[in-house]
Design a protein around this ligand. Structure first.
Ligand SMILES: *Cc1c(COP(=O)(O)O)cnc(C)c1O
Length: 421
């Protein structure tokens, strides 16, 4: 590869050359357009990606920090929040929300709001209780904001263990967390019971619907059984949902909604404590890109409710196909009962089948890219509209890979010359 790619060249180059180099730099990137990358990219098809590109470039220079200079961003963002409130607000009219750059930032904000609420209540080092299945971003937030994150176990179906959680609540606890669904296994925690417990103890209750927030409401509308999980559940005080996942938006947009505007106000940072004058912001970043907001807005307008329903059906059907097919492959199984389209696959007997070796084989033979999880070891797949068409080919390759890996380890596990055969 050209060394100049990595350096500041002495002389400027023509735009076409530079763009050509950018294209070329992608040579080792995963080909997500093939549908063989599960997670990371959520795709609603080429037309939508093209729309993203055009919307992003229309707003590539504007700064989302200042909506007085660029009121369009406030209007577009406000409409995204209205749509999110329609889907997740549970019919409450007090709902107040903010756009953030992604699920992690939504959770960072919720955790900081909880910390500040705790300080107001005289708790100097608060604790938050969440299951081991709750997203890693909660740990990141706990480190950043000096919160004690207490992780409790999951039941045999990988759902938050309510008894363990109740035992972990103490006088320093400020918030309980549930996922709808969890990232690792795609199962929905018992939100109604969790929120009831929070309400009873006077605690905040956050529902992390980063994964499911823009899919579950449409699945429910299609008649798929979906337990109640949104701000309409008594005791739920906030919810997060990623537009850049099942909202099929371009990367860089998530929403966080609060049931109570007074709590929401804690997310707003303002200061005059510097020479630059009044400064206000609702997220971690200062200057922020407006492009992702515009692209998310364009996606919602382009797809409409009927588009989301159609994409939801495609993803749900493909996930069902995957789950049914895995049940027929000896040696592997789906972990828990996925509530929607996020599926984890593990070995029946980890001592005779290394599921990560299966992932290596899938990458080698078919270019499949899967997340690897622990406790127990498992492969992780998010089935979205873009990966759905690849599911048929995937299950065939999976069966082959399981057979290949299984026969290479047993019965000759100890014979070194047989290991690579
Ligand atoms: C993806 C995800 C997050 C983190 O979102 P990012 O957009 O990757 O920062 C948090 N929680 C859940 C349940 C998720 O699926």
């Amino acid at each position: 590869m050209n060394d100049e790619l990595r350096a500041l060249p002495a002389m400027g180059r023509p735009a076409d050359d530079v763009l050509g180099e950018l294209e070329a730099s992608k040579i080792h990137d995963r080909d997500w357009r093939s549908g063989r990358v599960f997670s990371l990219v959520y795709s609603a098809g080429d037309e939508v990606h093209e729309l993203h590109g055009r919307a992003l470039s229309l707003f590539s220079a504007e700064n989302g920090l200042n909506i007085f200079a660029f009121p369009s961003i406030a209007t577009l963002g406000g409409e995204l929040l209205e749509a999110a409130t329609d889907l997740l607000g549970g019919g409450r009219d007090s709902v107040t929300g903010f756009l953030t750059s992604g699920g992690t930032e939504s959770l960072l904000q919720v955790m900081k709001v909880a910390r500040d609420e705790a300080r107001e209540r005289g708790i100097l080092r608060p604790s938050v209780v969440a299951a081991t299945s709750a997203h890693a971003a909660f740990t990141k937030a706990a480190e950043l904001f000096d919160i004690e994150l207490i992780r409790v176990g999951v039941d045999e179906g990988f759902r938050l263990d309510l008894d363990e959680l109740a035992d972990a609540v103490s006088s320093t606890t400020i918030m309980l967390v549930g996922s709808a669904p969890s990232y690792p296994h795609g199962v929905i925690d018992p939100i109604e019971d969790l929120a009831a417990l929070a309400a009873e103890r006077g605690l905040l209750c956050h529902v992390d619907a980063c994964m499911g927030g823009f899919l579950l409401p449409f699945l429910a509308e299609l008649g798929h059984p979906v337990p109640r999980f949104d701000l309409g559940v008594r005791g739920v005080t906030s919810i997060s949902a990623d537009l850049h996942k099942y909202g099929y938006a371009s990367k860089g947009v998530s929403v966080v909604l609060y049931a109570d505007p007074v709590l929401a106000r804690r997310q707003v940072f303002t200061t005059t404590d510097w020479l630059g004058g009044f400064y206000g912001s609702t997220v971690m970043a200062g200057s922020r890109p407006a492009g992702p907001v515009a692209a998310a807005w364009a996606t919602m307008r382009f797809l409409g409710r009927d588009g989301y329903l159609r994409l939801a059906q495609i993803a749900l059907d493909a996930a069902g196909e995957l789950i049914d097919a895995v049940a027929l492959i000896p040696g592997v199984h789906v972990l828990g009962e996925p509530a929607m389209t996020v599926v984890a696959i593990g070995a029946d007997d980890p001592s005779s089948l290394d599921i990560f070796a299966v992932a290596d084989e899938l990458a080698r033979t078919g270019g499949w890219y899967l997340d690897r999880q622990q406790g127990p070891d498992a492969l992780h797949l998010t089935i979205h509209a873009g990966s759905a068409p690849a599911v048929g080919a995937f299950v065939i390759d999976l069966a082959d890979a399981v057979r290949a890996v299984g026969s290479s380890v047993s019965p000759n596990r100890d014979a070194p010359y047989a290991a690579d055969s």
